[in-house]
Design a protein around this ligand. Structure first.
Ligand SMILES: *Cc1c(COP(=O)(O)O)cnc(C)c1O
Length: 414
């Protein structure tokens, strides 16, 4: 916490010391707080050269920009420093010259949420809690369970009824106490809130906990360094609650403030058409109206996003925009990404790529622009949706009857 100066409400602008735990005391539960830092002091420590000498290849390499104590106990599971892959074939397919994917599906539990959960468990330990809880559509839950296991903390996790089975299985393997709520994410969220209050558990909901977005921003810090301080013109991020895109933008803003990059990218926020209240708030300029979400991209099926304001402010500040894509476009993005890059994106992650495609088609992103899409989660986490995107294998007998016909059909033999 060396460089943290306080917490600022994104609604009323009031500032508080870090003794405030979750949301703005004046605005109540909706008053999201943003962590403030002493950037001039950080700039003395965090330089291109000092970073080049650091041997810590995880997201903790940016510890000055994280709200953790100098002597903090860190989870032993390594988080972050996921690869940035340049992909010419997918770029061509989308009608672009330059496209990068940041493959955050390669985090320890398979999603970008590990970055937030890692900070969450460090804070829980610092505040001397032994139990940490959250509600999640799946990834925040499995990452919290994994990180808690790595730190020796207990986790209590509320998931909606339709959370994909692989994610729920991850939770159980990591030893979490899993409460599957007969209802949607909003029901799970409400129950986790009241349970944290009642039993005094540390609350890892990014909807109210100001520290988690700080973990999520490390993906943006890494992008700057991994691209040798030449940021792309656009960065595409899928949006559910809004915390991720707000974090990614904060990273670019901080890197610019520190003088480490010259310009900042425009942010492309992408929602599934059936769960797009943040896009609506962005384009109408009105406060968020809750909706009933319907999309195969379960990780971004959020009807009442709590970080919508941070997300809208981030996209506006970047000079970018928000768009929606249909489920069919998401499935197509899963197929072409897999086929052309070897990266298996879960639906919510492929949403960002589908968004890039649509933005290029609509002329929002120019064909000569450089673009990076964040692949926020691994496709193995949600097989049922992936199965909807692909065909079936060819079933054949062990003696190979019919094999030649299939190969002829596929154009392998003439
Ligand atoms: C959580 C999540 C997102 C969206 O992040 P928000 O902070 O909810 O906007 C996108 N993709 C995946 C895979 C996620 O798990």
């Amino acid at each position: 916490m060396e460089f943290v100066t306080g917490l600022k409400c994104v609604f009323c602008g009031a500032t508080y010391s870090t003794r405030v735990t979750y949301t703005c005391p004046a605005c109540g539960i909706t008053g999201m707080l943003d962590v403030q830092y002493d950037y001039p002091a950080i700039a003395k420590h965090l330089t291109r050269r000092s970073l080049a000498n650091r041997k810590e290849f995880s997201h903790w390499r940016y510890r000055e920009l994280l709200p953790i104590r100098k002597d903090a106990v860190l989870p032993s599971l390594p988080v972050g420093w996921t690869p940035v892959v340049q992909t010419d074939s997918l770029a061509r397919h989308l009608g672009l010259r330059t496209l990068y994917l940041k493959d955050d599906g390669r985090n320890p539990t398979g999603s970008l949420k590990d970055r937030a959960s890692a900070v969450g468990v460090v804070k829980a330990r610092e505040k001397q809690h032994k139990i940490i809880a959250c509600a999640s559509t799946g990834n925040a839950a499995s990452s919290l369970a994994g990180m808690a296991a790595s730190m020796g903390l207990k986790s209590v996790i509320f998931v909606p009824e339709r959370a994909p089975e692989p994610k729920v299985t991850q939770l159980l393997i990591f030893g979490a106490t899993v409460l599957r709520v007969r209802g949607g994410y909003e029901d799970a969220f409400q129950l986790s809130q009241s349970s944290c209050e009642r039993w005094g558990w540390y609350n890892r909901n990014s909807a109210i906990n100001p520290y988690l977005v700080e973990g999520k921003k490390t993906v943006g810090l890494e992008i700057c360094e991994q691209l040798d301080w030449q940021v792309p013109d656009w960065v595409a991020v899928s949006v559910g609650d809004g915390c991720t895109i707000a974090g990614v933008w904060k990273a670019f803003h901080e890197m610019k403030t520190l003088g480490l990059i010259e310009g900042t990218p425009k942010m492309l926020g992408v929602q599934a058409a059936g769960a797009a209240p943040v896009t609506t708030a962005f384009s109408t300029g009105e406060p968020l109206k809750p909706i009933e979400p319907h999309t195969i991209a379960d990780s971004i099926a959020v009807g009442v996003p709590r970080n919508w304001k941070k997300a809208v402010l981030a996209v506006q500040a970047s000079g970018g925009t928000m768009i929606n894509v249909e489920d069919e476009e998401i499935l197509e993005a899963m197929r072409c990404t897999g086929r052309l890059t070897g990266i298996f994106a879960e639906p919510a992650a492929a949403t960002a790529i589908a968004g890039v495609r649509r933005a290029v088609e609509e002329g929002i992103i120019g064909r000569k622009a450089s673009v990076l899409a964040v692949v926020t989660g691994n496709g193995l986490k949600d097989i049922r949706s992936a199965q909807a995107a692909v065909t079936k294998p060819f079933d054949i007998a062990p003696d190979g009857t019919g094999l030649e016909d299939i190969l002829k059909d596929q154009g392998f033999v003439s």
